[in-house]
Design a protein around this ligand. Structure first.
Ligand code: ZN
Length: 295
């Protein structure tokens, strides 16, 4: 029991640190994107231009963090995940402007994801394969945190994050295949998972004339499908994504505040569905089957 508490705390701290990295990476990716947009002659708003001018995205990790308002270089004590934000009450130490909720939310979000993933992991974490799958899941968590934030803010899923995520998915599917001795059931289950989460979005993408979903959703769907590597969990993830989307957007729809052109970021919905299906899917499905059998 004590052992579990110690591991949970360690994972929570790791989640906070990686959450801070994810937050910083999101801004740096945005800076890079805007620079490319500007080079291709696309319109970039002046506020964003000002914010981005203060970031130097030479590389994605090595450059120092700065305040998006005053451009002041941030010291290590300004960058302690959550602690700095709380002690400064969400304001910059130098110009006292509000830093916003983005950083603490993504840091806390990833910390909670890491701890919950440990406490509710569907297997016992005893074999090398299991532990590797768990580490892949956490690494994927960092990637989806960036995508979640990026898609919410700017309705895009950058390839620099989606491609490594697909790589992690392939690795996960390979483990599942090896552990299933390359049997037909396992192979078919992985392929169906891809068809359900990625293929379906691809069809919507094609038939809606690229209007409803973007190709980014198709690629994200593929990554998440490979990370689940199970057709039943894939269906559940898709169902949950739509359920969450309906719950969130129904009030807007009913009050007529949601227009046809309104952008709905599918990425965060799909990611939420994926996380719930991956962690609780097996128990949810057996509960559901027991329920239908008892009626
Ligand atoms: Zn500042």
């Amino acid at each position: 029991m004590e052992y579990k508490i110690v591991v949970s705390i360690a994972l929570g701290v790791l989640g906070l640190v990686l959450g801070s990295f994810a937050g910083a990476t999101t801004w740096r990716l945005r800076a890079r994107q805007l620079r490319e947009d500007a080079r291709h002659g696309e319109k970039v708003s002046s506020t964003e231009k000002r914010q981005v001018a203060k970031l130097q995205p030479k590389s994605l990790t090595s450059d120092r963090s700065v305040c998006l308002h005053c451009g002041h270089e941030l010291r290590w004590y300004d960058l302690v995940p959550l602690v700095s934000w709380l002690s400064l009450r969400g304001k910059c130490r130098y110009c006292h402007k509000s830093i916003g909720w983005f950083e603490p939310v993504i840091e806390l979000g990833l910390a909670v994801f890491f701890v919950i993933s440990y406490l509710f992991w569907p297997s016992q974490l005893l074999t090398v394969g299991d532990i590797t799958q768990y580490i892949i899941w956490l690494a994927a968590g960092v990637g989806v945190a960036i995508l979640f934030a990026y898609d919410m803010k700017w309705f895009l899923l950058p390839n620099v994050v989606v491609f490594p995520l697909i790589g992690l998915g392939v690795l996960n599917a390979a483990i599942v295949l090896v552990e299933g001795h390359f049997g037909w059931t396992v192979t078919l289950s992985i392929l169906s998972s891809c068809a359900i989460l990625s293929g379906l979005y691809y069809l919507i993408y094609v038939f809606s004339g690229r209007q409803w979903v973007g190709f980014g959703d198709v690629k994200l769907g593929l990554a998440l499908a490979l990370l689940l590597a199970d057709w039943q969990l894939a269906i559940l993830a898709l169902f949950l994504a739509n359920l969450i989307g309906t719950i969130i957007f129904l009030p807007f729809l009913l009050t007529g505040k949601l227009q046809r052109q309104t952008h709905i970021p599918f990425g965060p919905l799909l990611i939420s569905g994926w996380a719930i299906a991956g962690l609780f899917g097996t128990s949810l499905l057996s509960w559901y089957i027991a329920l239908t059998l008892s009626i």
